[in-house]
Design a binder for this molecule. Sequence first.
Ligand SMILES: [Zn+2]
Length: 224
Amino acid sequence: MEGLIEFSLYESLISQGHSVGVGIELSELFAWQIDFFRLYRGDKFHAIYEEFISEGEVVGVGRVLAAEFVHQNRPYQAYYYEDGQQQGYYDAEGNGIQKALLKAPFKYNQRISSSFNYNRFHPVLKQRMPHTGTDYAAPLGTPVIAVGDGEIIESRYRGVNGNVVQIQHNGMYKTAYLHLNGFGPGIKKGVQVKQGQVIGYVGRTGRVTGVHLHYTLYKKQRPC
Ligand SMILES: [Zn+2]
């Protein structure tokens, strides 16, 4: 498959007769290299991928095996590789191209006091409200770390959320850390952070019943 971006990746795939499923795969694959919200007219891609065929019809899209995306005249390649121990996507030099976010924003395990739940009874407001994130009942002052490399896009006191830090990791993933007691050294809007860097400390600022960290991972602006 190959295509040329004229409008969005989505529209280009549809108008050129390709499956949107491949576009989703490609945008995940290259999430750390390319901001898919800022594709350019003239960007190009080629991909080799598996198709599931039933009775002569394509019924689904499988794995992308190899892909090249030319973004602003710069080529990015991805090759799928697996052996007994690992699997993933690599560039032509064999470097892994997908970076994993940490599962939790702490150096050591912390207890989850409230998980992601669309139908939670809010302890302060006494009504049902979706809880779009995870609460960690960590002790006051516990260092909170960035789950991945990225840019600080917010670092300030914000009403009911208390002291908030938000990190944009790439065009796909963003994380938010709420109710912080304070901010890590040098943490302010526009600063680049590394995975594992201390961005703040667990607190009870904003509208809360007790000390905890509220953490949300956003994928394409949606909490997940
Ligand atoms: Zn929460």
